[in-house]
Ligand binder design. Sequence first.
Ligand SMILES: Cc1cc2nc3c(=O)[nH]c(=O)nc-3n(C[C@H](O)[C@H](O)[C@H](O)COP(=O)(O)OP(=O)(O)OC[C@H]3O[C@@H](n4cnc5c(N)ncnc54)[C@H](O)[C@@H]3O)c2cc1C
Length: 446
Amino acid sequence: MMENIKHIPENGKKRVVIIGGGFAGLKLARQLANTAYQVVLIDKNNFHQFQPLFYQVATSGLEPSSIAFPLRKIFQKKRNVHFRMADLLEVNPNIHEIYTNLGKLKYDCLVLATGVDTNYFGNKNIEQFAIPMKSVSEAIFLRNSILRNYEKALNESDPEKAANYMNIVLVGGGPTGVELAGALAEMKSDILPKDYPELDFSLMNVYLFEASDRLLNGMSDAASKKAETYLKKLGVIVKTEARVSDYDGLSIKLDSGEEFNSYTLVWAAGVIANPIKGISKIAATRGGRIRVDLFNKVAGFNHVYAIGDLAIQKEGDFQNGHPQVAQVGLQQAGNLAKNLKLLLQGEKMKPFRYKDRGSMATIGKNLAVADLPGVKMQGFFAWVLWLFVHLMSIVGIKNRFFILINWVWNYFTSDQSLRILIRPKKRSFTDRASEEHQRIKKINLN
Ligand SMILES: Cc1cc2nc3c(=O)[nH]c(=O)nc-3n(C[C@H](O)[C@H](O)[C@H](O)COP(=O)(O)OP(=O)(O)OC[C@H]3O[C@@H](n4cnc5c(N)ncnc54)[C@H](O)[C@@H]3O)c2cc1C
């Protein structure tokens, strides 16, 4: 029998359990703080992560701690909000209960905001060897892989073998692939040759492969063309209509039969929602997204809601669902918070309507594209706007300050200084056993 999660008081308040402290879940929890609800926020990590800047961590431009924020700190003074670091395992909607690795918990209202994960489309080889970019730890892993491969390249006398370590292949021409490609191209021209003067950088290529016929599919044609022009100017080899079919850790095969070699392949080609036991079988659709109505209530369930990337909602111009971007999750969380407050007063809930505020992608220093309502911008002004919007969206004043300092420093020096390869110390089991033996021997001698 699973026990209850401990130290969450039964105080007569209606309990809203939110699973996921990403953009959507965190905003909802913040808006329900200091209300008559008891809020329990559950996330498998103890921090909120700002995914749009993962690529800067991966390319040594920002510290991981600048884009991750401890969830407990946000709610230090909010007595009605309880945070638990736990993994959601199952929901039993019939008895209003969730099950986690910490125990079970009853809810009056359950909000699912667990987002999505990397989709390898069933290709086990790619899943085994490629590097994804869906968490801050994966961004750090990519940074470490790049730095480790450059150290290895130095030890190769055969230029072809050295190039395998130096080349970087990015799969997926959405904002992640495009932004990463631009940042890596700048590293190739401004930073890596200074760090590794013994290497021949004419051997290094940054490739960007996209299966459809254009980059930045969710943006305008003008933005997509400009992004490709900017990337090519920076030296990135861009290939559209190029579908990667296999990767064995070195050799990359395209559907066309072409082959490329690299020890670093970043997979940013698709996302899928992890199934939620007890819910997904009935309510999940394409890509595992959970079907919700205009109030974000999960189809077929009472008192269960889904918001953010996980949810798929037919509304207005978005009959195939909204794009999986931060603004959608933030706006859905805002609307649901208002609705839950209305419910407390016995009033009717209001349907959700998405206000599209546009989209942006940055390619490099002074280079960005932005599609805003009624205006399309490219180049320097789009880049300044991108910096401003991202800086203001970061949680925490200290984080904003450190990011600003880093950006100003990087802008003027073109030399981010975070190229540190941190790895756990390798100690074999025998080493540890022998150390323990020595320690016990010492105690006995004394
Ligand atoms: C590299 C990258 C770049 C991006 N760039 C942009 C951009 O520039 N602009 C933009 O608008 N959008 C961007 N996005 C998309 C944006 O980040 C998402 O739309 C947004 O994060 C969705 O918010 P969410 O709250 O639905 O999910 P998430 O932010 O993904 O949060 C989900 C949370 O749920 C937790 N969780 C998951 N499963 C469980 C479980 N079983 N138990 C407990 N907790 C769980 C996770 O730890 C996480 O904290 C980017 C995404 C990526 C990956």
